[in-house]
Design a protein around this ligand. Structure first.
Ligand code: FE2
Ligand code: NI
Length: 505
């Protein structure tokens, strides 16, 4: 029996430790520990409700737009604006969040995930004329190997030319991310923490100039996703096809749906959205309606007071108790109907896939066909990478449609008054999955604010009945060939694209 501990896990956001027990080369037990607590939910108490939209974006520097949207939807509902947001504002929120999430998927594949599969050392053998690749080659020849080394060794399988091409795409992807960030700033002022999305709508008005500037950037992003990102994911998944069978995890998926296609239904669980909301299990691949009353957060194994365990987030509590016996993480354990659920691009793509969305069905069936893989292969490390690329494409393809629906000169904001008392819920999909914010207002101030964030679901520790979280389940049962180079484990963890700042907040 051996302990394999990876601390910290690099190339993710935040502070994650993974501890496993390996017996006869197989993971028997796994624990996921989120380190670093900040207490943003506590900071929000007693403040003007409008502060929530500004402060909750500070939960994360990678995912602020999604928190901005979740918080704005939460405040819209608390202020009685759930069905009164002008069309222009709905579209501009979709554009700001969508372009941000699409470039975030590019970030994950190239700058975080791909280095598990691509041997950048092969750039040392590069003989071509690409000036950027030659400058990387220079760095490598001088022994300056960061950010690519140190790393685990022993399982790089792509041919030399493919590795070199992927390294060139790594560099191009940096440029694409800048383009995506510039597009966010067009309608939203700045990045990372934007000022454009507010309760009631957005602060900017669309002009022909801005629409044109945004369109050009979207075209560049679309071109990269179609011609570089998707082919690269298929290429990596074909060579590492065993990863279509590794890391399945709990096989329950939960999506809140995202990108409103209508604004006149105050019930976010029924609103028509680009990505469908609902729960899907691998057993029957059917979409079940979203029931938000089924969500609880357990803290038996988290560093919070036990008295706050098992509550619904609308009256959830955050009472830190570091060092509590048996607890091992700052991440709480959200559950849906008491069961463990994975969230993320796989969940939102699968929800739309099993609902028969034509565009997503075409893309998923095409990708599975290219890989000669069955539907069950979606529940895997490569299934998550594939779903993320499909999510990026679907979003990017719709950005142009939403952009052309904007009506320059028409309103982007609805007036409101802060109620004496009230409650609200905001649901969306961040890049990393289902994101919910809940507010309770008393005396026109925030009485309570709770966020249940994608990585809170995925990186959760055991729940009150001792069932491991999704990432822990995905690790348990995995074969580890070399415990000094546990490729399999980091590939599984990174396929979830963890964001620990979001998870703990
Ligand atoms: Fe929370
Ligand atoms: Ni985040």
């Amino acid at each position: 029996m051996a302990k394999v501990t990876i601390d910290p896990i690099t190339r993710i956001e935040g502070h994650l430790k993974i501890e496993t027990t390996v017996e006869d080369g197989v993971v028997k037990d796994a624990r996921s520990t989120g380190n670093l607590f900040r207490g943003i939910e506590i900071i929000l108490r007693g403040r003007d409700p409008r502060d929530a939209q500004v402060i909750s974006q500070r939960i994360c520097g990678v995912c602020p737009q999604s928190h901005g949207v979740a918080s704005a939807l939460c405040l819209d509902s608390a202020f009685g604006l759930g069905d009164k947001i002008p069309n222009n504002a709905r579209l501009m929120r979709n554009l700001i969040q969508g372009v941000h999430v699409a470039q975030d998927h590019v970030l994950h594949f190239y700058h975080l995930g791909a280095l598990d599969y691509v041997d950048v050392a092969d750039v040392a053998k590069y003989q071509g004329r690409d000036s950027e690749l030659n400058s990387v080659k220079d760095f490598i020849s001088r022994g300056q190997l960061g950010p690519f080394m140190p790393r685990y060794e022993g399982d790089y399988r792509l041919p030399v030319e493919v590795n070199q091409m992927a390294a060139a795409h790594y560099l191009q992807a940096l440029d694409i991310r800048r383009t995506g960030h510039e597009a966010v700033a067009i309608f939203s002022g700045k990045i990372p923490h934007s000022v454009g999305i507010v309760p009631g709508g957005v602060t900017d008005i669309p002009t022909v100039d801005k629409i044109t500037a945004f369109l050009w950037k979207v075209k560049k992003l679309q071109d990269f996703i179609d011609n570089v990102y998707i082919p690269d994911v298929i290429a990596v998944a074909s060579v590492y096809s065993d990863y279509l069978e590794i890391g399945a995890g709990c096989k329950n998926l939960l999506s809140y749906g995202a990108y409103d296609l209508q604004g006149d239904d105050a019930d976010l669980t029924r609103r028509k959205r680009l990505f469908k909301q609902g729960a899907v299990s691998a057993a029957d691949l059917k979409l079940r309606e979203l029931d938000m009353s089924c969500i609880t957060e357990g803290v038996k194994y988290s560093w919070y007071e036990d008295s706050s365990s098992g509550k619904h987030p609308s009256h959830g509590e955050t009472k830190p108790e570091y060092g509590k016996p048996e607890a091992y993480s700052w991440v709480k354990a959200p559950r849906y109907g008491g069961e463990v659920y994975e969230v993320g691009p796989l969940a939102r793509v699968c929800a739309s896939y099993v609902a028969g969305d034509p565009d997503i069905t075409r893309l998923v069936d095409w990708a599975l066909g290219e890989l000669k893989a069955p539907k069950a292969a979606l529940f895997s490390v490569m299934g998550r990478h594939l779903a993320r690329a499909i999510s990026a494409k679907v979003i990017a393809d719709n950005l142009e449609k939403w952009l052309l629906q904007l009506k320059p000169g028409e309103p982007t904001y609805a007036e409101y008054e802060i109620p004496e008392e009230g409650a609200g819920m905001g649901l969306t999909e961040g890049a990393r999955g289902a994101l919910g914010h809940w507010i309770e207002i008393k005396d026109r101030k925030i009485a309570n604010y709770q966020a249940v964030v994608p990585t809170t679901w995925n990186a959760s520790p055991r729940d009150d009945v001792g069932t491991p979280g999704p990432m822990e389940q995905a690790l348990i049962g995995t074969k580890v060939r070399d415990k000094d180079n546990p490729f399999e484990l980091v590939r599984i963890v990174r396929s979830f694209d963890p964001c620990l700042a979001c998870a703990i907040h």
